[in-house]
Ligand binder design. Structure first.
Ligand code: SF4
Ligand code: SF4
Length: 237
């Protein structure tokens, strides 16, 4: 296959518009280890898309998660899984291979990660960068988003990948994290997650303090305080 095409297929643009997805793109993942489907197919490309969270709810979790946030997390993940499955079917109907990545599944509970990082696909697709809180930050929605990823072999223009972070001198998330799990590192492509986040400390804090929300899967304090999300509120007020 090649990625020499210079525009996205008209049907894909129309599909995104119909689903009201305003931020999406494609990532060239040829140098990454992507998951394979049941037939053993591996995929060089991922379509990455962003679904915003409710900013009022995100602003309500400065001191820790609440039920409204847990419900919003469930709602958005369900929506993403439905979109990813539908898009994958659509791609296959056009003669290509496709595999949707689940919105939030820890297939590796020991290392606390899934089959592939959604945020790697998103940065490679040019949708944003990784902040000091180890999450994707987008220009339109900050990090108050969740991500969908659909692997494919469809010919589609990719990227350009985002190559730097725009956190500047801000340390708000690092200072707000109750688990002291954020290391204050400035992200660049290829920087290991462990250099940014002590994932075990984060996970342990969530399990010990917020177990009532998806068995300790939710926190969100570091995202709530991020100025790239907070500025959304100014537009609402
Ligand atoms: S999710 Fe919570 S515990 Fe984990 S890094 Fe963010 S603020 Fe810290
Ligand atoms: S709170 Fe500040 S340092 Fe943390 S991710 Fe947002 S901009 Fe970056």
């Amino acid at each position: 296959m090649s990625t020499n095409s210079t525009t996205h297929p008209t049907w894909l643009i129309a599909w995104m518009e119909a689903k009201e997805i305003s931020l999406w793109g494609a990532a060239d993942l040829r140098n990454f280890s992507t998951p394979s489907d049941q037939a053993g197919n591996r995929f060089p490309i991922a379509i990455s898309f962003v679904i915003p969270m409710n900013p009022i709810i995100m602003d309500s979790i400065h001191k820790g998660p609440n039920q409204a946030y847990a419900d919003e997390y469930t709602r958005v993940n369900k929506h993403i899984n439905e979109l990813s499955t539908t898009l994958s079917v659509e791609i296959k109907s056009r003669g290509f291979q496709s595999l949707p990545l689940a919105a939030s599944v820890r297939s590796d509970p020991v290392n606390i990660k899934g089959d592939f990082p959604h945020k790697t696909a998103a940065t490679r697709a040019g949708l944003g960068w990784i902040g000091r809180h180890c999450q994707l930050i987008t220009r339109p929605f900050g990090s108050w988003v969740r991500l969908g990823t659909v692997f494919t072999d469809i010919e589609i223009p990719c990227g350009p990948p985002v190559k730097k972070n725009f956190c500047g001198s801000c340390m708000s998330c690092v200072e707000a994290c109750p688990a002291k799990a954020l290391k204050g590192s400035e992200w660049y492509p290829g920087l290991a997650r462990e250099e940014i986040l002590d994932v075990q400390a984060c996970d342990q804090w969530k399990k010990e303090h917020y177990f009532q929300y998806h068995k300790g899967h939710n926190c969100g304090i570091c995202s709530a305080v991020c100025p790239y999300g907070q500025r959304l509120l100014k537009k609402l007020r």
